[in-house]
Design a protein. Structure first.
Length: 204
């Protein structure tokens, strides 16, 4: 885990300045997520990166607590939070394994671009399920590596071995959906907007 955090610390500035692959897709994800919120919503995000998504959602909810295991990412997130004078978002440095998933606490949990980077998704998803209020939602965006082209699937292990990419957990979109169902979630919205990419809203 410390090796992964070091990788993201090194790329945090570059990551912060990188444009999203598709602005239209990102805006649609935001819109679909915001339909789940109300002014009393308590929200968690894990794998929050530089905090952009949590900060955008902040006007629509009561509180967001967001975690990332890269201190470099969290430093940038706090800088943006302070510049925007946002008070209802808290950023903390914690790995997924260290997060206090309090029972039935959150209305929405967000996990964007992280489930293909975690190593024990059975436990991660169970923790998220238990932490949601009845009727709460888990919102995720995931790279489904098994569905990507052969070149990418072959290149990733090489990049990982030389420290140019993090360790990747491989699954298809349907495998990830089935894992959510195994935990007890019901599929609320499954948007396969691109081959190898899944935006999923699962309901407790």
């Amino acid at each position: 885990m410390s090796t992964a955090a070091t990788f993201w610390d090194k790329v945090s500035l570059k990551y912060a300045n990188k444009a999203v692959p598709s602005e239209a897709v990102y805006e649609e994800k935001l819109k679909r997520t915001q339909k789940l919120f109300n002014k009393n919503s308590i929200v968690m995000e894990f794998g929050c990166g530089t905090g952009t998504t949590s900060l955008i959602h902040s006007p629509f909810v009561e509180e967001i607590i967001a975690y990332d295991y890269s201190s470099g990412m969290i430093d940038i997130a706090n800088q943006k939070k302070n510049e925007q004078q946002i008070e209802n978002v808290t950023f903390e440095v914690k790995s997924v394994e260290e997060i206090p998933f309090h029972t039935e606490t959150y209305d929405v949990i967000m996990a964007h671009s992280i489930l293909h980077l975690t190593q024990n998704n059975d436990q991660v998803l169970k923790n998220a399920y238990d932490a949601l209020m009845p009727g709460g939602y888990l919102v995720s965006s995931s790279g489904c590596i098994k569905e990507m082209n052969l070149f990418i699937r072959g290149l990733l292990p090489l990049l990982t071995s030389v420290g140019k990419a993090p360790e990747i957990t491989k699954f298809t979109a349907d495998e990830l959906i089935d894992l959510h169902k195994k935990i007890g979630f019901k599929v609320y919205d499954a948007w396969k907007y691109k081959k190898g990419e899944l935006f999923l809203i699962a309901k407790k």
